[in-house]
Write a protein that binds this ligand. Sequence first.
Ligand SMILES: [Zn+2]
Length: 383
Amino acid sequence: MSVWDEVVGQPAAVAELRRAAEDPAAMTHAWLFTGPPGSGRSVAARAFAAALQCPDHGCGECAACHTVMAGTHADVREIVPEGLSISVKSMRTLVHSAARRPAIGRYQVLIVTDADRLTEQATNALLKFIEEPPDQTIFLLCAPSDHPEDVAVTIRSRCRPVPLRAPATEAIAEVLVRRDGIDPEQAAWAASVSGGHVGRARRLARDPEARGHRDIVLGLPTRLRGIGDAFAFAGDLVRSAREEATELSESRDAAEREELAVAMGAGGVGKGVAAAARGAKAAERELEKLQRSRNTRTQRDAIDRALVDLAGFYRDALVVGASAQVPLTNPDREREVRRAATEWAPESVLRRLEAVLACRTAMDQNVKPEIAVEAMMTALQRG
Ligand SMILES: [Zn+2]
């Protein structure tokens, strides 16, 4: 199994990346992977990094391939925003390591997984390096699109584009069966409701709690009757999203705390012990801060995912109402969607869809989730 098997449903991009990895003359030092969430931007970037370090250009079997894909290769660094944006401090660290020669591999590869979350200063720090790249250093940037709101024009103009699209339902189902050993029927269902998001499909297929949260959200539109419901359901939605975020965060946080404790060494006697304990305390506080800010982001992402599911419901009602021959976002909800399309006028469905989108915008502008979601629910109830 080669590393390219990890990249789901992107034949054109894979062909181009393979060519570049196999022929140094076709190589470029900066690449920009774009595509909607779940299209596998960072997986594609990592597979490409593996192909660059692997003697066989991405065999998937050797130590280079394994360590790059696991995120432990000495010459492949990945910068992941932990809070809401990538700070100038993490960018500087990245940029410094970029200046080193490769330790064991053929290149120094730097992956920036959410280039759209760079602060302006971080963008400038990165730009300096992309303009005058050290020998053998490759930059792989990932962002939702190459729109100037996502990636500064100055950076974009120096990168070779790798556009990815939402993978087809069949491609997602196939990888869930082949790679994750999920039952074909379950995989087909999860792929069909995932909106082209591989990770989301995997979670829905495997995790009954994720399915439960989705049920809560998609049940809202037809259960929403009185204004009292609007307030109650707003609370339900935010609570359900928070729970989902907590489930995701808890195991990750605990693993990190344990790792830190091991790294700091528990117990011990003698001179340096007091100083070491102080250092350990400081590191612990630093980690807690990082986890808090990351969990805020995970919560916002969970609410956003709920809003996307909700928008999908109203979108489907419009599709059905117009008898359009396009696939539904939530094909397993066809019955409820049809009922909604007969009960509500198209203008009213459209107003509801707009209310959901307005809520996403408000959340983007840092309005408190409770307030934004309550305003949305009131609009949904009014119709
Ligand atoms: Zn290999």
